[in-house]
Design a protein around this ligand. Structure first.
Ligand code: NOJ
Length: 581
């Protein structure tokens, strides 16, 4: 019998199957010292807020020592805290305080790459015979070409942040690989010394008392290295560069590396931990391999299909509108694929995504309704829900009126490249960024209606969203009908309801263009979840069996109830009904 079979109550299931995780992007959460950048002592001031919300785990985006080229995803010392965020003592205090409230702490683990200012890379780049030379991906210029000349890069790969994925280093006349910015050189996981240095560091963190890792682009760590040490060219579709996907995503040794990591780092203590991998470009089949408990790799993975449905053929900065049937198809495929084995991580938002209410909802007249409808649909799926800071307030995308307001390296580099290529007007560039920039999710947390939304007494590192006088935690807390209180209810539902935790999932109304519908079933108990993704009324005929059903939760103060075999959903209405089978 498969280990996590559906339809059985989950008494022996791992704790994280009943948990809700809250992601903090420390830079934008709460500043305590007036320098305009959030910090650990700021988070300490808000622990009661997290406890009131009721989350079980806090995932901290990187707080390690870093030049901050990619806001901390470029680490120069894995075993120290960046002074911007505080000290190791501050972190210990924060972990202790959160633990005191029953909240676990998961750290971001960024080991596909380091900063170019990490001592490992400084050594590696110093000479071709340095003992750490092979810790990174160094290659000579393309055969027959002048090192450093345009097009002489070892492969045609483009980086995720525009431009080539190789940087020429004058000191030794070779190139190093960086899938992200040139200040984020990729570690060479083929080298066992690299892997063991990473494992040492991970053990050190666990010994310090943290409860798991969110592993950044962990499915990029194995590259498609050929026996002659060459790396393959990538297919070119649009733009001057080849794609890195084929040669770097879910590569040949990734499962072996993760299994080794488990043996070396997690042996004997896995049950207490949460291990979640960020795995872009991963299919359900890959997801099964990563999360099958018998394989001992990861507990769950973040997938990307459902947050790419509004990307056009040119990628995220070529936005289009999302088609609900596609959303159902992709999320339904993941639910079905991981039904018997494996587990889903459920999310709408994180620090790399625009705000969901602006994206798949309506951040104008129906902000509260659409934010809570989206939350209902997500939190009632089978899996572990993740809430990203501000999502529980219904925070929206920001409308910057000038390119200078953007801070994110991906956005800034995109704008520079788009201007150089000259295919898009300034307005088009601003429009693409308004829809898709990662900065939408990175504006400061809106705590109250005081200057800078109570985030800082100084000048914030990025502008606060102008809507903070209306959308903020204080106002949300005071309003019983708010998005915030609705999230609290969804979180306690996850804690208390076995059918929400482990019930079988079946998509309903697969082809309905406007309403998202599914059932969850466990031991004779069944839930029906309905979410209207549109601002007009939808009449859903569900047959007599749901007449007389009990209301579990709904996002209108007098929720739609079944009558005469049908239920009429108002704009962006969500309801969850229960019946006994
Ligand atoms: C994924 C992270 O979530 C993102 O913020 C970062 O830019 C890249 N990985 C590179 O570390």
């Amino acid at each position: 019998m498969p280990m996590n079979h559906n339809g059985t109550s989950g008494a022996n299931d791992p704790w994280w199957k009943r948990a809700v995780v809250y992601q903090i992007y420390p830079r934008s959460f709460q500043d305590s010292d007036g320098d305009g950048i959030g910090d650990l002592r700021g988070i300490l001031q808000r622990v009661d807020y997290l406890a009131t919300l009721g989350v079980d785990v806090v995932w901290l985006s990187p707080i390690y020592r870093s030049p901050q080229d990619d806001n901390g995803y470029d680490i120069s010392d894995y075993q120290d805290i960046d002074p911007t965020f505080g000290t190791l003592e501050d972190l210990d205090e924060l972990v202790g305080t959160l633990h005191g409230k029953g909240i676990k702490v998961v750290m971001d683990l960024v080991v596909n790459h380091t900063s170019d200012e990490h001592p490992w890379f400084i050594e590696s780049r110093s000479s071709t015979d340095n003992p750490k030379r092979d810790w990174y991906w160094w290659r000579p210029a393309r055969e027959g070409m002048e090192p450093g000349a345009p097009g002489a890069e070892p492969t045609n790969w483009g980086s995720f942040f525009s431009g080539p994925a190789w940087d020429f280093d004058r000191v030794t006349g070779e190139y190093y690989l960086h899938l992200f910015s040139r200040k984020q050189p990729d570690l060479n996981w083929e080298n066992p010394e690299v892997r063991h240095a990473v494992y040492d560091m991970m053990r050190w963190w666990l010994a310090r008392g943290i409860d798991g890792f969110r592993m950044d682009v962990i499915n990029f760590i194995s590259k498609d290295l050929r026996s002659d040490r060459s790396l393959p060219e990538g297919p070119v579709s649009n733009g001057p560069y080849g794609s890195v996907h084929e040669a770097t995503i879910n590569g040949p040794r990734v499962h072996e590396f993760l299994q080794e990591m488990n043996r070396e780092v997690f042996q004997g203590r896995r049950d207490a931990l949460l291990l979640v991998g960020e795995t872009p470009g991963t299919t359900v089949e890959d997801g099964l391999l990563y999360t099958d408990p018998r394989r001992a790799e990861l507990d769950m993975v973040f997938t990307f299909e459902h947050v790419s449905l509004d990307h056009g053929p040119g990628g995220r900065f070529d936005p289009k509108s999302m088609d609900l049937a596609e959303l159902k198809a992709t999320l339904g495929r993941w639910q079905a694929g991981l039904r018997d084995v494996g587990w889903n991580a459920l999310y709408w938002n994180n620090h790399d995504q625009p705000r969901i209410v602006s994206r798949y909802g309506d951040d104008g007249d129906y902000r509260r309704q659409s934010a809570t409808m989206l939350a209902t649909v997500l939190h009632l799926h089978r899996g572990t829900p993740y809430v990203y800071q501000g999502e529980e307030l219904g925070m929206t995308n920001v409308r910057f009126t000038s390119l200078d307001a953007y801070r994110d390296i991906e956005s800034v580099r995109y704008a520079v490249e788009a201007r150089e290529l000259g295919h898009r007007s300034e307005d088009e560039i601003l429009g693409a960024l308004a829809a898709q920039s990662r900065d939408n999710g990175r504006t400061p947390m809106q705590w109250d209606d005081s200057p800078h939304a109570g985030f800082t007494t100084g000048e914030p590192w990025i502008q606060v969203n102008a809507n903070y006088p209306m959308i903020n935690a204080e106002a949300e807390h005071a309003d019983a009908e708010s998005v915030f209180h609705y999230y609290r209810r969804l979180i306690s539902l996850r804690h208390e309801d076995p059918t929400v935790q482990s019930g079988d999932f079946t998509m309903q109304l697969v082809d309905h263009p406007q309403v998202y519908a599914f059932t969850r079933s466990l031991d004779g108990d069944q839930l029906l979840v309905l979410g209207n993704f549109f601002p007009d009324e939808q009449l859903i005929e569900h047959g007599e069996e749901w007449s007389g059903a009990e209301l579990v939760i709904g996002n209108y103060s007098s929720p739609a109830m079944p009558a005469n075999g049908a239920v009429a959903l108002r704009p962006w209405e969500a309801i969850v009904l229960r019946r006994k089978l």
